[in-house]
Design a protein around this ligand. Sequence first.
Ligand code: SF4
Ligand code: SF4
Length: 187
Amino acid sequence: MEISNNYCNGECSRCGECCAIGLPITRKEEKEIRKYIKKNNIKKQEIYNPITNTLFARCCFYNPKKKICEIYPVRPEICRKFCCTQSQEDIQKQKAAIHAKAYWNHADLGSQMVTNMTTFDWLFYDDPEPLIRLMYAHLPENMPDNEKMMALKQYLTMYGRKDIADTIEVKIKHKIPKKSEIEKRDE
Ligand code: SF4
Ligand code: SF4
């Protein structure tokens, strides 16, 4: 998805629009973030609202009230380098170079194949629910529930997450939101 230029008076407005739900990171970055969140007792931001049944598809470290990144000193390279004033061409080039180094959410951009999918909720807080909900909601609305579940399991297996493909029924605790109920902020 293309992110609009949200700079304000020549500075980042900290709008969080670029703080996507799925970002590539390396093992080294992962280790540093784990250390940082443990040391500073960083809790993940809730991106799912059980009352309105809506989901913000954005990074669980973006704090929308304070408009800050909770792990700013150790944020991954993609976050450090991204700037919405760059041209789309430069953004895509930069993304490709970072994905080539990443372990999690690694994507071979040539084939558009994601080989190891995760979100930061999942990786750092063992919570795959936001990503599962997002994937589920992108399936056709008129598809029967059992077929959706099958398709979801296939996606998870294809994305290198066979480890949870067989346990997803119990992971989805609430009603599944419809496409229209989700605010998407894909990378
Ligand atoms: S860099 Fe990200 S947070 Fe800053 S203004 Fe652009 S979209 Fe918003
Ligand atoms: S780690 Fe921080 S800068 Fe990067 S996407 Fe998450 S909130 Fe945004």
